[in-house]
Design a protein around this ligand. Sequence first.
Ligand code: 8X3
Length: 256
Amino acid sequence: MVENSSRNAVVTGASSGIGAATVRALRAHGWNVVAVARRADRLLALAAETGAIACPADISKDDDVARLRSNVTDAFAQFGGVDTVINIAGGARGVDPVGSASVQDWEWMYQVNVLGTLKVIQAFLPELRAHGRGTVLNLTSTAGLVAYEGGAGYNAAKFGQHALNNALRLEEAEHNVRVIEVAPGLVHTEEFMLNRLGGDKEAAAKTYQGVAEPLLPEDVADVVRYAVELPQHINLDQIVVRPVAQAAAHKLIRNP
Ligand code: 8X3
């Protein structure tokens, strides 16, 4: 732990991918971190590796979020309180067109991407305001900027999260809470496409096939770390980060 630092972060979605990489990146730079995810086993391993504090919680459940809030308050009390909330938890389910998409999948995506982010923000806003120099960073996606075929449910959720960011930035400026959005394109994570495609490993691998250098979770984590380490009066409103091979959502260079 770093005493009297004003580098006290909560990171959700920390059990794998960009969330876990963000915990590693922040810890490597001396941040105090509470790492949050549903899967306790993975979280505890990450905590043992990095020195982060593990708080297993499902951010879509009110009781879990209340417990998270009280754990974070206790953990950071002697270090000046939480000043940075990083919402990485989220995900996609399905690639079906609107006409045949599963309503359940859409509901799940709205729950985790929009309402989960909302609940975590609501839990910590009073402390961020009280701190006087707060940061909220929400991980969205380029899927929140441009819709694509088969993407509508995920697009709708990420567009929604993007709207939340924009409204929140306007509302919180007077409390000196900055609101940063990081919107990645193609990132080769262990689980994102696997979850989206119902565990179909072959189909998931095809997403990245022939792409010379898709982004890795560590690449996005570096961008997140950079954004939250900038002096607090600098607000990177929105950072769009893609691999060079993906010039746009519809233009991805694949080698044969
Ligand atoms: C992931 C980016 O292209 O699968 O958030 O929508 S994409």
